[in-house]
Design a protein around this ligand. Sequence first.
Ligand code: SF4
Length: 293
Amino acid sequence: MMNIVIEEQAGFCFGVVSAIETCEKELSKENVLYCIGDIVHNSEEVERLKKLGLRIIEVSDLEQMHDCKVMIRAHGEPPATYLTAKKNNINIVDATCPIVLKLQKDVKKGYEEMKQCNGQIVIFGKKGHAEVVGLEGQTENTAIVVSKMDDLNKIDFSKPLHIFSQTTKSKEEFLEIVNTIREKKKALAKEDELFVTNSICKRVGSRSKTLLEFADTVDVVLFVSGKHSSNGIYLYQLCKAHKQDTFFISSKEDINLEELAKYKTIGISGATSTPMWLMEQIRDYVLEAFENR
Ligand code: SF4
């Protein structure tokens, strides 16, 4: 008899839940609401909201838009976006996650401090990711974005530096990068010119622990996430390294039922951008498929 469980801690983080609630509230009053980029890195959820009237736009579209309402998602936006909106009389519905907003303020403050001593702001994150673009904007786009060790050669180690992290990055990788930077500063006897702000969201940090604990209680993990979610890819890789029997799926179409048949207890989990209804739908699909066998 097959047993299927969904991890209790899986599902949207509060930043995403709140952005979706804001979106649904607006759409209960208006027929259409524009949002800059996908409101969440999950195409199923985006499709559901599109049916309610959500329209996804690119930030560059704002230049041509006037007198309308545009939502900013949980990842936040750089100051330039707010300026364009103001110029074009666009009403901003701001759903930036409070944790990201605080990070933007900290990066801005760090930038002002670094300017005083000819220092640099470094962001450990994915170049081009919306949150990172929003953070770079706090530094007049002067921040150095690093995503891997090789990128460290963009840094001038003889100058002071303050490093921050994108909220959804891996804590282990961040520490590795910081330790390497520290060694380089030490070699120049300038360790006191290194400032570190670990700005990884606690929700993301604690998810790794709960996910691995959950993986230990099942025979296989179906990890549900959008293909573009950095948090999803990170959590999946972590889970896979811990438990070989882990599969990345974005929808029920990605499930290999033949392969699943050999397991007794199937665990379903997901990223901070994976809706609970999607994990429930996958559970029901697998249950039904095996009932009919
Ligand atoms: S992962 Fe954390 S910082 Fe990012 S939206 Fe969710 S709660 Fe906010």
